[in-house]
Design a protein around this ligand. Structure first.
Ligand code: GLA
Length: 565
């Protein structure tokens, strides 16, 4: 029964104690809308970058032309604002004062006049630098010149810095590169100009979520749907999507996971190899996983299909939603997957259903699997910009090969908890986990639901609780009627003996109420007991404590809330 409850089968959810269609009637919910987060990147940055299509073929007139096209094509109106110059704008040598120099063959007047032009259009200028001694294109890097270079960028009125990771730092690069990225973050903050910091370290590091406003989670994307079987380079749209997916719990305001820039439009006009259907999927998936939306195509010359994909305001709205959550993989069945996240409105969910198979397939989304109560919900197709009507419990649509359905579903939020309620009996409105689903009344196991062992921390077993694999997050609705949350937390005994280090945090309405600091695999269970009076949402977060250990099974034994009856 517990396993079936976990899988969310409608008929059995009520038996799990909450969220089912036979419970109390849906309540009105005054939780929404939430205000936008503070900071330079409260929502994923949107713009364009020169690298994916043009590499080093850049110059002053070209960048101005792209900026003008961003306005003329409707991209600016859709929300894109950063015009980002990537590698090759500078020289290998510094000038007599030790400052970075623009390449006079490409930018004869320097960068400041380009920034002025971009700003005159109501847009922002981004530039590229590197944490090492040279960029990947063998131009001067900023190592040991961080403060000087940040001041240079600020003097040019640059608004965004993508900071790269050359020369190749070799195996176990984290400890070597971390201080270099952190030095540039500090230098930018000391520059006196607000500059978005894009950490491009080719792989995820937990420290990068603090150093940057966005952090690359992947190696370089390629303009391919799946990797080239004849190449050792595994880069592709699907590769980047899947590498980025288990990191969902880290994504959020001012720390967006970056699965790399968009390839949409780089197969335009029959150039292949990515089809319009695949490009739509690429865009819908980047939108729902709250990726930065940095176009990488020729904005001066877009097909109608590409323009329609990139400027779809309804899909952009799910990316820019103020809840600031990275859409989680909520269901994976063979080659079909469902990605979902709550939006900043009562009962609102964004859903992308992806079909990776070679033939079209029906995909069904069950409303109780995306954190709704089940029952009635309305469905809008954001790709077709068409209302599909009202449906009960689920919605089924035929999705083409390599295609997506991109939906906004509006239904009833789960009812608030009543009395003493175990979290494992409630329906979370959001659940993201490093490996497979967040488990109810089990430790995390592998990628399947219910495949873990009993929750056990230092040989004490907990019949009730939540099992996670870091990084992971769950969010529950409280309705402002609860007084207390308590649990016993620790690395689960099912992690390889004594291994794994995690950090447990509890938030309510954005306020941190509990922080375990780093908890090792041998530490005793730690008691959590926090007041929730008046709070509307409870978030449990587990992170990797910087060690990135794949055995970070983190359990919340006896996790429960005390609420009004
Ligand atoms: C690295 C980055 C790319 C691009 C190039 C430029 O490969 O990951 O995004 O900036 O360098 O040389």
């Amino acid at each position: 029964m517990r396993k079936l409850c976990l899988l969310g089968l409608t008929t059995l959810v009520a038996a799990c104690g909450g969220g089912g269609t036979s419970g109390p009637p849906a309540e009105t919910d005054d939780d929404f809308p939430l205000p936008l987060a503070a900071g330079l990147a409260p929502t994923p940055p949107m713009g364009w970058n020169s690298w994916n299509k043009f590499a080093c073929n850049i110059n002053d007139a070209f960048v101005r032309g792209i900026a003008q096209a961003m306005v003329d094509s409707g991209m600016k109106d859709a929300g894109y604002q950063y015009v980002n110059i990537d590698d090759c704008w500078s020289l290998a040598a510094r000038d007599a004062n030790g400052s970075l120099q623009h390449d006079p063959g490409r930018f004869p007047q320097g960068i400041k006049p380009v920034a002025d032009f971009v700003h005159s259009l109501g847009l922002k200028l981004g530039i590229y630098g590197d944490r090492g001694i040279e960029t990947c294109g063998h131009r001067a890097g900023s190592e040991d010149h961080e403060v000087q270079d940040a001041m240079t960028f600020a003097s040019w009125e640059v608004d965004y810095l993508k900071y790269d990771n050359c020369p190749d730092p070799g195996p176990n690069p984290g400890p070597i590169i971390q201080p270099r990225f952190e030095a540039m973050r500090a230098a930018l903050e000391g520059s006196g100009r607000p500059i978005v910091f894009s950490v491009c370290a080719w792989s995820f590091y937990e420290w990068a979520t603090r150093a940057g406003h966005l952090q690359r989670t992947t190696t370089d994307i390629k303009n391919l749907w799946t990797p080239d079987p004849n190449s050792t380079d595994r880069g592709s749209i699907i590769t980047s999507l899947k590498t980025n997916q288990p990191l969902a719990a880290y994504g959020g305001p001012n720390q967006w996971n970056d699965p790399d820039m968009l390839e949409v439009g780089n197969s335009d006009n029959g150039a292949g190899p990515v089809t319009d259907v695949e490009n739509q999927s690429h865009f819908s998936l980047w939108a729902i996983v709250a990726s930065p939306l940095i176009a990488g195509n020729d904005l001066r010359n877009m097909s109608e299909a590409t323009k329609a994909i990139l400027t779809n305001k309804e899909i952009i709205a799910i990316n820019q939603d103020a809840m600031g959550l990275q859409g989680a993989l909520t269901k994976l069945t063979g080659e079909q997957s469902i990605w979902a996240k709550p939006l900043n409105g009562n009962g609102e969910r964004a859903v992308v259903m992806l079909n990776e198979a070679a033939t079209a397939a029906d995909i069904t989304v069950r409303f109780d699997e995306i954190g709704l109560r089940g029952g009635a919900a309305t469905v809008r197709d954001l790709q077709a910009k068409a209302d599909r009507g009202s449906f009960t419990d689920s919605y089924t649509v035929n999705v083409p090969s390599h295609g997506t359905a991109t939906l906004k579903i509006v239904g009833a939020e789960p009812n608030r908890p009543r009395g003493t309620a175990f979290l494992s009996d409630l329906t979370p409105i959001y659940a993201a986990n490093g490996l497979g689903p967040v488990e109810r009344d089990h430790a995390n196991g592998g990628s399947e639901g219910g495949d873990g062992s009993d929750i056990k921390i230092r040989a004490t077993t907990y019949a009730k609780g939540i099992g996670m694999s870091a990084p992971a997050a769950v969010i529950y609705r409280l309705g402002g009627k609860c007084t207390n949350f308590s649990a016993q937390v620790g690395v689960d005994d099912s992690s390889t003996a004594g291994m794994g280090t995690v950090r447990f945090r509890v938030f309510a309405d954005g306020e941190m109420l509990f922080d375990s600091q780093n908890v090792s695999g041998t530490a005793p269970a730690m008691a959590v007991n926090v007041s929730l009076t008046g709070k509307k949402r409870l978030k449990l977060l587990v992170t990797n404590a910087d060690d990135g250990n794949a055995l970070d099974r983190a359990s919340w034994g006896d996790a429960k809330v005390e609420c009004e009856p």
